[in-house]
Design a protein around this ligand. Structure first.
Ligand SMILES: CC(C)(COP(=O)(O)OP(=O)(O)OC[C@H]1O[C@@H](n2cnc3c(N)ncnc32)[C@H](O)[C@@H]1OP(=O)(O)O)[C@@H](O)C(=O)NCCC(=O)NCCS
Length: 90
């Protein structure tokens, strides 16, 4: 799920998920590529996202694909967990 805002060149990756039984086969990467291509085609120059600091699998996926961490937000999630904010220039 990618959010776009009229007049903004920054798209936001709100949610990315692969069924548990199918993880680790490259599907997450393919979905992320599709999100990036779609955002680019719609004129966006940046894609931003938040990820839980304890979600190592997702962080690795984003880091390997050129996302850089620019902020952290303690208490961002309902259970008090910290969010790491990542951004990629498209
Ligand atoms: C994050 C998620 C979407 C990745 O989907 P996936 O289809 O498993 O991802 P891929 O198979 O394309 O793997 C991409 C990279 O993720 C990393 N990765 C995937 N599963 C991993 C695991 N269990 N442990 C550590 N790293 C893992 C690997 O670094 C992999 O890179 P590589 O291909 O160079 O090895 C999936 O784990 C998921 O749905 N998780 C639950 C929901 C979630 O956390 N969403 C992200 C919220 S921001």
């Amino acid at each position: 799920v990618v959010f776009l805002r009229k007049g903004s060149a920054r798209a936001r990756l709100y949610s990315l998920a692969v069924a548990a039984a199918l993880r680790g086969h490259g599907i997450g990467g393919v979905l992320l590529d599709a999100c990036e291509n779609d955002a680019r085609e719609r004129g966006c120059t940046h894609l931003r996202l938040e990820v839980r600091s304890d979600n190592a699998a997702a962080q690795r996926l984003y880091q390997r694909r050129g996302y850089r961490k620019f902020a952290s937000r303690p208490g961002f999630y309902e259970d008090g967990a910290t969010a790491l904010c990542y951004e990629k220039i498209l």
